[in-house]
Design a protein around this ligand. Structure first.
Ligand code: NAD
Length: 265
């Protein structure tokens, strides 16, 4: 992992960072010198491996919270634990998310509630807990991992699309409420990124249409992403690091696509 000092002395919380995009974001912020609070599910071995990967940067502090993002009390405790383990929170990346697909009339109520709680309400609870300290110190970066589905819809994703549109609305309001401070709030809108969350959709499509996994990946891309390529977790991580830089100090309330042209259509 390459290292720089751009974020040296900063403390970052990245929710859902035991896998996929969150792991890429945690790696990017650590690579720029930030201390990182990891969060998310996984076996003890998998989490130890993630910690080891991140601490490959010499002298870097890393901690882990098993907080469940569907539980507001655990979110507040994760932020308190970060302060105890690493110091006051400078950067909050609301990334944890889940997916479920079904036609709206068949959508299980329990899946709707879980997606709204984890993909949308968790960002509110995290921001609510982290913002007072950022205001006091007059510096902060809040980055919400939304989606292209925060700006456009797709069939069978009622809860996910509703939650991600909500995340972009929340991002705008927090950006306006902090506009005269050194705290910024922005969203990133990834298109298809090949993570476990998308692999599941690839496998479902392959099974449904009788395709190979490689064919199903190409079909997903051809449907939405003009570049014909997946965005990578490293590219999302680099976009988050940019939003945390001083160069991005006047980017406020933006919804930045990293989507291979999906939203240009
Ligand atoms: P992933 O399944 O690889 O990772 C999700 C992470 O969230 C994991 O670390 C998991 O343990 C954690 N998580 C899930 N539920 C949690 C909970 N209740 N409490 C704490 N942690 C929890 O998925 P990903 O593709 O990396 O997705 C990350 C984010 O990026 C999500 O918000 C997703 O909506 C968004 N996103 C992904 C894509 C894509 O193509 N992969 C595209 C756009 C947006």
């Amino acid at each position: 992992m390459s290292s720089s000092v751009m974020l040296k002395g900063r403390v970052a919380v990245v929710t859902g960072s035991t896998s996929g995009i969150g792991l890429g974001v945690a790696g990017a912020l650590a690579g720029h010198g930030a201390a990182v609070m990891l969060n998310g599910f996984g076996s003890r071995e998998a989490i130890a491996a993630v910690k080891k990967e991140i601490t490959a940067v010499p002298g870097l502090a890393v901690s882990y919270s098993a907080a469940d993002m569907s539980k507001p009390g655990e979110i507040a405790e994760m932020l308190a634990q970060t302060e105890r383990d690493l110091g006051p929170v400078d950067i909050l990346v609301n990334n944890a998310g889940i997916q479920f697909t079904a036609p709206v009339e068949d959508f299980p109520v329990e899946r709707w509630d879980a997606i709204l709680a984890i993909n949308l309400s968790a960002a509110f609870h995290g921001i609510r807990a982290a913002l007072p300290g950022m205001r006091r110190r007059n510096w902060g970066r809040i980055v919400n991992i939304a989606s292209t589905h925060g700006l456009v819809g797709s069939v069978h994703k009622a809860a996910y699309v509703a939650a991600k549109h909500g995340v972009i609305g929340l991002t705008k309001v927090v950006a306006l409420e902090t506009a005269t401070t050194e705290v910024t709030c922005n969203a990133i809108c990834p298109g298809w990124v090949l993570t476990p969350l998308v692999e599941k959709q690839v496998e479902d499509l392959a099974a449904r249409e009788g395709l190979s996994v490689a064919q199903a990946r190409q079909t997903l891309l051809a449907d939405k992403q003009p570049s014909g390529e997946f965005a990578t977790t490293q590219q999302i991580g680099a976009a988050v690091a940019f939003l945390c830089s001083e160069a991005a100090a006047q980017i406020r309330g933006a919804a930045l696509p990293v989507d291979g042209g999906w939203l240009a259509q």
